[in-house]
Each structure stands twice: as C-alpha cells, then as structure tokens.
Design a binder for this molecule. Sequence first.
Ligand SMILES: C[S@@+](CC[C@H](N)C(=O)[O-])C[C@H]1O[C@@H](n2cnc3c(N)ncnc32)[C@H](O)[C@@H]1O
Length: 320
Amino acid sequence: MFEKRPNIPVFNPDWMQDLTFQTTDEPFEVLQAASAYRNDPKQWIDIDSLGLEEPLEAYLDRDPNPIPSLQDREGYYDQDRHFDWWLSGLEDFLKVQHCLKSYGQPLLGKGSRMLELGCASGRMLRHAYCQGQGCEAWGCDIKLRHVEWIRHFLPTGIKAFQNTVLPQLPVEDNYFDVVTAYSVFTHIDHMELAWIAELRRLLKPGGLALLTIHGDHCWSQLGPDKPVYNAIMQMRKRLVGWKDFSPEIFQNPMPQDKTVFTWSTARNYNCNVFHSTEYIQKAWGRFLDVVEIIPGGHSGYQDLVVLRKPEGKNPAGGQE
Ligand SMILES: C[S@@+](CC[C@H](N)C(=O)[O-])C[C@H]1O[C@@H](n2cnc3c(N)ncnc32)[C@H](O)[C@@H]1O
C-alpha cells in the first residue's frame, strides 16, 4: 500500500486564506497504481486512439504511483473509471507532445521545463514527469489539498506549490518551454488578462502556452450531455446578472465575446467562462501570438488554444 510522506512544510500564512481554497482535514484515500485498474468494468477511452508509440505496459511501468480518489480529482471520471482518469491525463500529455512536434519545438523530456497552472492532483502533470523522462515538471493550484496530494504521493521531483488568485507566481522570467492550463481559464473571470500576461512573463521567447477554453465550438454544442451545461442549469436561479436567463440563449450565438455565468453560493468554482474566437484573437493576442485554436482539442468539447511568446528583442505581441 502507498504510505503518505510525512512532515511536509507548507508555506501558508493567514492572509492566503482569503486568496486560496483551504485544505480539509479529511484523510486522503489513496488508490493503487493505474496498472491495478487496467480491467475496470467501464472504459470509454479508446486506447488505440491515443497513438501510443510503445506498448501500454511501458507507460504503466513508468508511473507506479497511486491514483487519487474521486473526491481528490475534481470529480473527473467516476468510481469505476480510475483507469480512464489515468488514460485521460496520458492523452492530454501526448497532445502536448504532438503540438510541440508540429510547431518544431523540443518535446517534453530531458532539459525541458513545463508548468501546469491549475494542475489539481496531477492528472496530466504526473505524465509530464513520468513519461517525459527528465522533464522539469512544475504544477500549481489554488487548492492546497491538491498540492498536498502531489507532494505526498507523486515523485518528489515534481515541483508543486499553492498559488493564490492573484496572478503572480514565484518563478523567474523566461523560464518555461511550455505552460499548460486545462479547464482553468474556463473558471477564471477576474484578472484573466493579468494571468495571460503572467504566463507570458514565465515563458521563454518562442515558448508555447496550451490553454483550454469553452469556445464557439463548445457553445454551439451545449446540451444536457455536457457537464458545463448541467452546472449552469442547476444554478440558473442564482446566476449573477442573468435575471432573464433562459436556456434558449444556448440556441443562439454566444451573446458576448466573453460570456460569464457566476453564481454566489457554490462551495467550489463559482463561474463558468466562455470565450469567442474573436475575443481570444483580440484580447489574448495582445500578449501572445495566437498560433492555432483547435476546436474540441480537449475532451472533445473544450477548444485548445495554442499561443506562442514572440521572440526578438522586444517581444510585444499583438498587431500594430
Ligand atoms: C476543472 S479543474 C482542472 C484540473 C486539471 N487542470 C485537469 O485538467 O485535470 C480546475 C483546476 O484549476 C484550479 N484553479 C482555478 N483557478 C485557479 C487559479 N487562478 N490558479 C491556479 N489554479 C486554479 C482549481 O483549483 C482546479 O484544481
């Protein structure tokens, strides 16, 4: 069985309480390594579609670390789908590699540095470290419990820290080759552009940011089979600024270039953000070059936005 690593110091002064999500005292439930769930009764992810370059066993052998329980993985995949949870992280990691390859960048591996903003308990980050052997893998999240999970149960080489909602991370300029944020800008409303500027600061010139959004593609497909649709519908009576909310809006184009549904009483995220392609080009494009927006590039319904930090002496980004 996996033991929790003891005595990990946490820098967590009182003022951070207002700017982060705090941890709970509930003990961690730790599951086995992914290989133990190979024959989960429910498996929806098609292994053949992942384009593995080696037998699956090789990927499993490189990651003998435990899997978090459902409550410590943002509700991703249900109790019967631990293996799918692990595969979904592998899938996203392989997509990062694919993007790097297609843009002529070195793959995540020895000598490269990546950061995952909003890494939760390491669904993708663990693969960056274990599969991208030698990759310097950093992850941060506003929820301390996630960071603690990584510190306790994943290899100590992974650099995980808690950040606050303020867009400032304790890392030097021009440090990372790649920065990712999966399903994170879908929940950030305030200070979104300051976060984009912060990611730009952290990237090396020429480095890539891979960020997912609820984009036009997602908006056009919203319906009861999509968790984000159900989350909004559940909170429909509490949506801030949507007095006349009607689900009919989903049958029309996105009403604003950045459309935000915020609610006031949820314990967890309290907003879902939608961005139009035009908004991404105009707003994010001021800070980073928008290289590509891949519709459905993450989980089939979020778009994957590929951005690059401009190179040169004064990489201003944007257009004159
Ligand atoms: C929907 S989950 C996605 C988790 C992970 N990226 C994945 O794909 O499995 C969103 C995560 O982003 C974190 N988050 C939200 N806003 C954040 C912020 N401003 N800075 C860091 N993490 C944030 C949440 O705590 C949560 O763990």
